[in-house]
Design a binder for this molecule. Structure first.
Ligand SMILES: C[S@@+](CC[C@H](N)C(=O)[O-])C[C@H]1O[C@@H](n2cnc3c(N)ncnc32)[C@H](O)[C@@H]1O
Length: 447
């Protein structure tokens, strides 16, 4: 945060609840507390099972969940990503409800909140590793045949470009053994660890770098680590984290679904904590996730179709454009003077966010809050003012805007599109790229 604020001691935070200050006031206090969480670890429970770009720190949803809900309340994240909000709801005894359209997000989130018997996973994981090792030593020709049979031409080309032939064989040996595991929960746990050795900051066992930033590029001089060793390490790490998950006492419902049309009844949610995608595809989830999803049987064609449905995608044909409030209309109009095509992309984003916010308003109980965490985007060098525009859009559809807090991103933790600030480049807009905005809305009682 630009101005360091004193955080209320935890004891006082809970006593404010006991003193029954108004819900709106509690929301205000939370928004003006320290939301940076620098130096706080996010490596607890299953939060770090798998890399995911632009996750927010778990302390952020935790703060609003504990400050604004009671055990048993419904906490929604309609764009759950890696499920940070959902896992925090689970750990604090709430009812987490999550939606996303990204197949990787759904896989990841489900495994993160599934309690499993550690010994069974360890035994099955060891069997998978042992059998994969054996088939690599004795069965190379058959593995190569299966590799050819498993993928279409486009997928083969993709794999040949991004993975060394020896790595492809190792991954084939692993996935074949994982798929033989009967218990779906254990299989999904093992599949997630498989994916986690591919999608990493350094590109894991592929020839890519910057995969977890969703900007993969192929590097010639990279020697990928042996996949089986990486898998063993990752499994053991995730097993250790799983051991601490048992403390969770909440329930969770996860669905594939579009945040613009939620399969939820009106006025059923006690709190929303969510972070939507950036405008103009600044973080391109599918670009990274396809590196694993192809191994799980998705075709590249189907994934690129799906990619067009992500909020913030840059295709504009066939997308319904909404009428925007003044601030958003002006930002779109200024951009149109420089680049009309980009302006349509931004209009698409604000239209999609209008529909998301309207859905949030519909499903929230009257008097309850929605916390929307957004970053700013730069298009053609122009700041899209996402915080102000989304604040206005929320008001436009009848939500009360209680406040917008600024949090400073921890560059070492969060995988974001923004670059590091160079001392010669301290313009206002560059600075804003390293901040993020926590927008607090309230649904009026009378709605
Ligand atoms: C910034 S990420 C959320 C990160 C999350 N807060 C976390 O901590 O992991 C935004 C998510 O929105 C999802 N998304 C994009 N379009 C969507 C849509 N139409 N409906 C639901 N989710 C969508 C993306 O797949 C992505 O997982």
């Amino acid at each position: 945060m630009s101005l360091q604020q004193l955080e209320l001691p935890i004891a006082l935070q809970s006593s404010t609840r006991r003193l029954d200050i108004s819900y709106r006031e509690r929301l205000r206090v939370l928004l003006s507390s320290d939301l940076d969480f620098h130096g706080k670890s996010s490596a607890y429970a299953s939060h770090n099972f798998h890399a995911f770009p632009a996750k927010f720190p778990p302390q952020l949803p935790r703060k609003f969940i504990e400050g604004l809900t009671e055990p048993g309340d419904v906490v929604l994240d309609p764009m759950m990503g890696s499920g940070t909000t959902i896992l925090e709801a689970f750990l604090t005894g709430r009812r987490g409800v999550g939606f996303d359209i990204d197949p990787m997000a759904l896989r990841l989130c489900k495994v993160k909140v599934t309690l499993l018997a550690l010994e069974e996973i360890a035994t099955t994981g060891n069997q998978v590793l042992h059998r994969a090792q054996k088939s690599l030593q004795q069965d190379g020709t058959e593995l190569r045949r299966q590799l050819d049979a498993r993928f279409g031409e486009a997928e083969r080309k993709f794999l040949d470009y991004w993975f060394l032939p020896s790595t492809q064989l190792e991954l084939m040996a692993l996935i074949r053994e994982i798929e033989r595991v009967q218990d779906p929960n254990i299989r999904e746990f093992l599949e997630l660890a498989f994916s986690a050795i591919i999608i990493t900051k350094s590109g894991g066992v592929s020839m890519a770098r910057d995969l977890a930033h969703t900007r993969p590029h192929r590097v010639q001089d990279k020697t990928p680590r042996p996949a089986l060793d990486e898998y063993r390490k990752r499994l053991s790490k995730n097993l250790n984290s799983l051991a601490t998950l048992a403390r969770g006492s909440g329930t969770v419902e996860l669905s594939h679904g579009d945040a613009q049309a939620l399969a939820l009844r009106d006025q059923t949610v006690d709190l929303i904590v969510t972070s939507p995608p950036y405008a103009s595809n600044a973080i391109d989830y599918m670009r990274a996730h396809k590196f694993s999803l192809v191994w799980f049987g998705h075709s590249l064609g189907s994934l690129s179709q799906l990619r067009r449905q992500y909020i913030g995608h840059d295709a504009v044909t066939g997308v319904e454009l909404a009428e925007l409030p003044d601030s958003a209309r002006q930002v779109v109009a200024s951009l149109a003077r420089v680049d009309p095509k980009k302006a349509r992309v931004l209009h698409r984003y604000y239209s999609e966010m209008t529909r998301c916010l309207a859905e949030m308003a519909r499903v929230l109980k009257p008097g309850k809050a929605a916390i929307v965490v957004v970053g700013s985007s730069k298009m053609r060098g122009m700041d899209t003012r996402t915080d102000i525009c989304l604040g206005e859009i929320g008001k436009h559809i009848g939500l009360e805007l209680v406040g917008i807090a600024v949090r400073e991103l921890d560059r070492d933790k969060r995988m974001m599109p923004a670059r590091r600030i160079h001392s010669s480049n301290h313009s206002q807009i560059e600075k804003r790229m390293h901040e993020e905005y926590v927008i607090g809305f309230l649904k009026p009682e009378s709605r």
